[in-house]
Design a protein around this ligand. Structure first.
Ligand SMILES: Nc1ncnc2c1ncn2[C@@H]1O[C@H](COP(=O)(O)OP(=O)(O)OP(=O)(O)O)[C@@H](O)[C@H]1O
Length: 357
């Protein structure tokens, strides 16, 4: 990874972030092997699991197709995995597509009309579907019917098409962005939370077993603690630590090996990477902990405003290291402690108002 100014452009660099929650090419290939296959194997998310278990068991007992399910939550928390588990538990096939792939209502009609009875349709990023497709989906979800429009202008006619009953599993990172009529058509909504470190330890142990890697409890805890509450990141860090253990140690992962490996990749003890630390470092060292405007902070770290705001800040805010205030970005006492710096007594206050947005 090259972070200096002559390196790859911002998007390319961010795609290479070890701690990004979105899938990269390597993940896609390995994730299939690491996905839990049933609800019992699925770690954490107790509430969603318990509720979903009831929904599926009841549908099975009635011999009916399961209600439509909406899963909301950040990337990498297991929405795709859960949709596959729903299909497996219902003994049904699954079709996977995404909102951005459905540009026209016709794209959706083609998918819906080719579904088998009881099939699970997983629609990732459902909030990014086009409006006409969304409207078609309302009717399909409620009445298992769509109107296919043939022709254009005054001569256009709507041909009704019956659909077999199916289960839609919609996934979104932002349930709040879904129009209420769409949200209301889901019989069950599950909100996926970030995982606790102990849950991520179980994810790491399970993946290590599947990858045939030897790891002890402390090694798993070290990786879990740096994984930002996200199984996808935990699995990715495990793979990098495994490489290090093979090359620099005897292949076994313990705490010192995990810490040294993730040190090489610049993922610190709390899961901050170089970008996160650069933002926090600038806020503390150059601006006395703030408040400082977003644009000024972005210039100080040589990044775009959007990169700081959308890529680095959400995790820093979630970790309680940075606060967004009307007067600008402010570091919390935990931020000073994390970077091993001492906050200025009154000096920091003296700098307020110097740095505009
Ligand atoms: N609860 C879990 N237990 C064990 N492994 C999990 C769990 N949740 C997710 N994983 C693992 O994390 C990886 C990412 O999960 P998945 O693709 O389901 O996330 P997602 O929420 O659909 O992400 P995106 O929104 O980016 O598509 C997979 O390899 C999966 O095996």
């Amino acid at each position: 990874m090259n972070w200096d100014e002559t390196g790859p452009d911002t998007d390319e660099r961010l795609d290479e972030r070890l701690v990004q929650a979105d899938a990269d090419g390597e993940d896609t290939a390995v994730e299939a092997a690491l996905r839990p296959k049933d609800l019992d194997e699925f770690v954490g998310q107790e509430k969603v699991r318990e509720q979903l278990d009831l929904v599926l068991k009841a549908a099975r007992a009635r011999g009916a197709t399961a209600d439509h399910v909406l899963l909301s939550g950040a990337p990498g928390l297991g929405k795709t995995t859960l949709s596959m588990i729903i299909a497996a538990e219902m003994g049904a096939p699954i079709r996977i597509t995404s909102g951005p792939a459905i540009q026209h209502a016709g794209d959706l009609a083609a998918i819906l009309s080719s579904l088998q009875e009881g099939e699970v349709l997983f629609l990732d990023e459902i909030h990014r579907m086009s409006r006409p497709a969304e409207e078609m989906l309302y009717m399909a979800m409620e009445d298992f019917r769509v109107d296919v429009i043939v022709g254009k202008g005054p001569g256009a006619t709507a041909i009704p098409l019956e659909l077999p009953p199916f289960t839609l599993v919609g996934a979104t990172t932002r349930a709040g962005l879904l129009p209420p009529p769409l949200r209301d058509r889901f019989g069950f909504t599950g909100h996926m939370e970030f995982y606790a470190p102990t849950e991520l330890e179980r994810v790491v142990h399970r993946s290590a077993r599947l990858l045939d890697v030897e790891i002890d409890a402390d090694g798993a805890a070290e990786i879990a603690g740096r994984s930002r509450g996200t199984p996808r990141i935990a699995n990715r860090l495990l793979r990098r630590v495994r490489d290090y253990a093979q090359v620099k140690a005897d292949g076994r992962i313990d705490r010192p090996v995990a810490a040294a490996a993730l040190g090489v990749y610049e993922v610190d003890a709390r899961g901050l990477d170089r970008l996160d630390r650069a933002v926090l470092g600038a806020l503390l060292k150059l601006f006395g902990g703030g408040p400082v405007g977003l644009s000024t902070l972005a210039v100080a770290v040589g990044e775009e405003r959007e990169t700081v705001e959308e890529v680095a800040e959400p995790f820093l805010v979630r970790e309680g290291l940075l606060a967004r205030t009307p007067r600008g970005r402010v570091a919390t006492p935990a931020a000073w402690a994390h970077l091993g710096l001492v906050p200025p007594q009154q000096g920091g206050k003296g700098q307020q108002g110097l740095f505009g947005a």
